[in-house]
Design a protein around this ligand. Structure first.
Ligand code: G16
Length: 549
């Protein structure tokens, strides 16, 4: 069977590539202004079909989202059969296809690709897709559908969903009828699975105070609306920032990325959250989660991905001990360079810890090496993976005491509650709430597990972020030459100082991270580093952002 060249060429011509743009499959797929992505969506439809054919007709997912980015951006990423990110080796094929300039080049590139990776075109292609609430979404989905048609894929539209629900559905569809069956492949199946596991896990524990949930004015609101009634009286969710139909407000002055980067309360919550209360923020596609609380004096305190990882790791480690499985199940943690130094120390004193480059794909794969792999990025993106052998151990273990049996039951509920496909803000939120209920922790008690080193994240715009290359899990720059030496000299002047610079894979900026013993020092360090980065690329002092001076 051959490619349908006439159909591919005809539909290709409906989706011309904008001149002078080079697309790149980045940290989480393609991301840029939504109105520039039409051609990319068409091509990713074709590629998703080919990926499915290559994997013998397994269902591939396509998510149209730009997650935490501003509303005008959009993006697309492919989801592999177990609900994980696209295999890295295919990212370069995606980039190559996104950048060809004519229908002939496109068909030739497809043909060469099909031969090179040995795709049997007679195999079926199955693709399921969804989008977030961005206004550019429907048109991009139409372009995607043309791509799916051009490759002859059997396609299913899940409409507007959170990113983790799409990942969940992909995993369910591909495991249906196998021993690894993951659940009912529908959004309702997802909500029921999580709600049931949550209620089992918290049982008769005292109900916590209502939880304020900042939905970032995005699709997360739909998920909160759906799951809240299924939780009965076990927890009351109070959704805020729910203006999903209002233009211009998605992720604007709210959401997980705002909280993490600004380290403050979304202004819209100022009149909602009272001293002593906790709240959380989702991001635009509900795959990140950030917690915070106001102390008795009304002071804001952030509980980020590192704090979530610490809370969850300690809880799971105690359950493993409590069920008599110590030595048989190893709990490990995966972090990135953004992890606060204090969190790394807290973890290393308890469990093995690995540091990997930014991007869920890196964390996910590293976490698979542990029986229970807890992975969280400081930005609130993460989950906990239970290995197949760990699941087997949990299912077959004979507890020798009632206390062992209770801990084992809780561990089994956790395997149902925690999304095994990808980081998931709603699943993670219920996980945190369950642990808080078990521990009887307030936000303040949770926060006291360790004290964060003051830190700051700064974005620097440069003409070409691709000149920045890193090594050592992104902790050191190898290019531009000489820059790392300057950073080393600078950071030595700050007690407890640490800094690194890396190009973002989702925004057209270079990110600067810094931490030090005091707030004053860390701000100074971060802005000095940002200034050095800016000067190394722009050379126009007149345009230097004021805060870098
Ligand atoms: C995506 C990735 C995350 C990553 C984040 C920022 O998150 O899935 O793993 O931490 O981008 O990446 P970068 O610093 O390279 O821009 P999201 O929530 O935007 O999909």
């Amino acid at each position: 069977m051959a490619l349908n060249v006439p159909l591919l060429s005809e539909l290709y011509d409906k989706h011309p590539k904008p001149a002078h743009i080079t697309f790149q499959y980045g940290t989480a797929g393609f991301r840029t202004l939504g109105d520039q992505l039409d051609s990319v969506l068409f091509r990713m439809g074709v590629l998703a079909g080919l990926r499915s054919k290559k994997l013998d007709g397994k269902t591939i997912g396509v998510m149209v989202t730009a997650s935490h980015n501003p509303e005008a951006d959009n993006g697309v990423k492919l989801v592999d059969p177990r609900g994980e990110m696209l295999e890295t080796s295919w990212e370069s094929h995606a980039t190559a296809l996104a950048n060809v300039n004519t229908a002939t080049e496109f068909v030739d590139a497809l043909d060469a690709f099909v031969k090179a990776v040995k795709i049997d075109l007679s195999k079926p292609a199955r693709v399921v897709y969804a989008r977030d609430t961005r206004p550019s979404g429907p048109a991009l989905v139409a372009a995607l559908e043309d791509g799916l048609k051009a490759i002859g894929a059997e396609a299913h539209d899940e409409g507007v969903q959170t990113t983790p629900i799409l990942h969940y559905i992909v995993r369910c569809l591909n495991t249906k009828g196998t021993k690894d069956e993951y659940g009912e492949p529908t959004p309702d199946g997802y909500y029921n699975k999580l709600a049931t596991a949550y209620k089992k896990l918290v049982g008769t524990k005292t109900t916590l105070q209502p939880l304020v949930v900042d939905c970032a004015n995005g699709v997360g609101f739909f998920a909160i609306e759906k799951i809240a009634p299924l939780l009965d009286s076990h927890i009351k969710l109070v959704p805020q920032n729910v203006a999903v139909d209002t233009l211009g407000v998605l992720n604007h002055a709210c959401g997980a990325d705002f909280v993490k980067t600004q380290q403050k309360l979304p202004p819209s919550l100022a009149s909602v959250l009272k001293p002593g209360e906790r709240a959380c923020s989702l991001d635009g596609d509900a795959d990140r989660l950030m917690y915070y609380y106001l102390d008795e004096r009304g002071q804001f305190h952030m509980l980020d991905g590192d704090k979530i990882a610490a809370l969850v790791t300690a809880f799971i480690s105690d359950l493993v001990k409590g069920s008599g499985l110590e030595g048989k199940i190893e709990v490990g943690v995966v972090q990135t360079a953004y992890a606060n130094g204090s969190s790394t120390k807290y973890m290393e004193d308890r469990v093995p810890v690995r540091c990997v480059p930014t991007g869920v794909k890196h964390l996910h794969h590293a976490a698979e090496h542990f029986s229970v792999g807890v992975y969280f990025e400081a930005n609130g993106h993460g989950t906990v993976l239970f290995s197949p052998s760990c699941l087997e151990t949990l299912r077959t273990h004979e507890p020798s005491t009632p206390a062992h049996a209770t801990s084992l039951k809780h561990l089994l509920s956790l395997t149902e509650l925690i999304n095994q496909a990808v980081g998931d803000a709603v699943s993670d939120m219920l996980l945190v709430e369950a642990v808080l209920a078990h521990r009887s922790y307030s936000g303040e008690q949770w926060d006291s597990l360790y004290a964060d080193l003051p830190n700051r994240l700064v974005k620097v715009s440069v003409p070409n972020r691709n000149v920045f290359k890193t090594e050592d899990a992104e902790r050191r720059l190898v290019s531009p030459p000489g820059l790392q030496t300057k950073l080393d000299e600078l950071v030595r002047k700050y007690e407890g100082g640490r800094t690194f610079v890396r190009p973002s894979g989702t925004e057209d900026v270079v990110r600067v991270y810094a931490e030090a013993r005091s707030r004053g020092h860390v701000d100074e360090l971060a802005f000095k580093v940002a200034g050095i980065v800016y000067d190394s690329q722009n050379g126009d002092p007149a345009k230097r952002p004021r805060e870098f001076l």
